[in-house]
Design a protein around this ligand. Structure first.
Ligand SMILES: [Zn+2]
Length: 191
C-alpha cells in the first residue's frame, strides 16, 4: 500500500501542476493503480537481476530512452530511463540504501503507467512539459545482500562530497549532466 500511496501522490503532484481536475485524477489513479503494478517485483527483497529484463524491455521500447550510466563495484549496470519532451527535467533515483526497495518498485509501476494506453490526455500534458529521468536501484550490490551500505561499506547518502564510491560518482555525473530542475532522492520507511 505504501508504494501505491507514494505513486498516487507523486502523479497527483505532477498532474495537478498541469491539469485541471486534480480530484478526479487522484481518484481514478487510485482506483486503477493495481493495473500498473509491476508483477515481477512483488517481494520485500528485490535484486538487480530482476530489473535486468525490465530495463531491457524499455531499451527496446521507442517511448523510452535508456542509457547505461555506470556500474557498481561488483559490476552491476546502472541505467537511466528517460521519457518526455518537456523543458523541465526531473531526476528520480532510488535505493541508494540497498535494504530500501519500495521506491524501485514504485519507479517500475510508474514506468508501466507511462507505457500503458490509459490517461492519454494527462500523460501527453505531463510529457509535453517534463522530461522524467529514472535511475532505479543506485546500490545494487547492497540490494543483493539487503544491506544499507554498498560493498565498500560506504553509505552512499553520506558520500556526496567525498565521492569514494562509483555509485556516488555516477549519481553526481548524471545529476550534473541533467542539471535537473527537480530531484527526488527516493528512500524507504521501515518494514
Ligand atoms: Zn534510505
Amino acid at each position: 500500500m505504501t508504494i501505491k500511496y507514494l505513486n498516487v501522490l507523486l502523479l497527483t503532484i505532477i498532474t495537478t501542476q498541469l491539469y485541471a481536475q486534480p480530484v478526479e485524477i487522484t481518484n481514478s489513479l487510485y482506483e486503477t493503480y493495481d493495473s500498473y503494478k509491476e508483477p515481477t517485483l512483488n517481494k520485500r527483497r528485490i535484486k538487480h537481476q530482476e530489473l535486468v529484463p525490465l530495463v531491457k524491455g524499455y531499451r527496446n521500447n521507442p517511448k523510452f530512452d535508456v542509457t547505461t550510466v555506470g556500474s557498481s563495484i561488483e559490476g552491476r549496470t546502472l541505467s537511466l530511463i528517460s521519457i518526455g519532451k518537456g523543458e523541465t527535467d526531473v531526476f528520480l533515483w532510488s535505493q541508494m540504501h540497498g535494504d530500501e526497495p519500495t521506491a524501485t518498485q514504485a519507479i517500475f509501476d510508474i514506468l508501466n503507467f507511462f507505457d500503458s494506453d490509459d490517461f492519454i490526455d494527462e500523460k501527453e500534458e505531463i510529457l509535453k512539459n517534463l522530461r522524467l529521468h529514472f535511475l532505479p536501484m543506485l546500490n545494487p550490490d547492497g540490494a543483493e545482500v539487503f544491506q544499507r551500505r554498498n560493498t565498500l561499506g560506504v553509505d552512499i547518502n553520506r558520500d556526496a562530497l567525498r565521492l569514494q564510491s562509483p555509485e556516488s560518482k555516477t549519481l553526481k555525473r548524471v545529476r550534473d549532466s541533467l542539471s535537473a530542475n527537480f530531484g527526488f532522492n527516493l528512500h524507504d520507511q521501515s518494514t
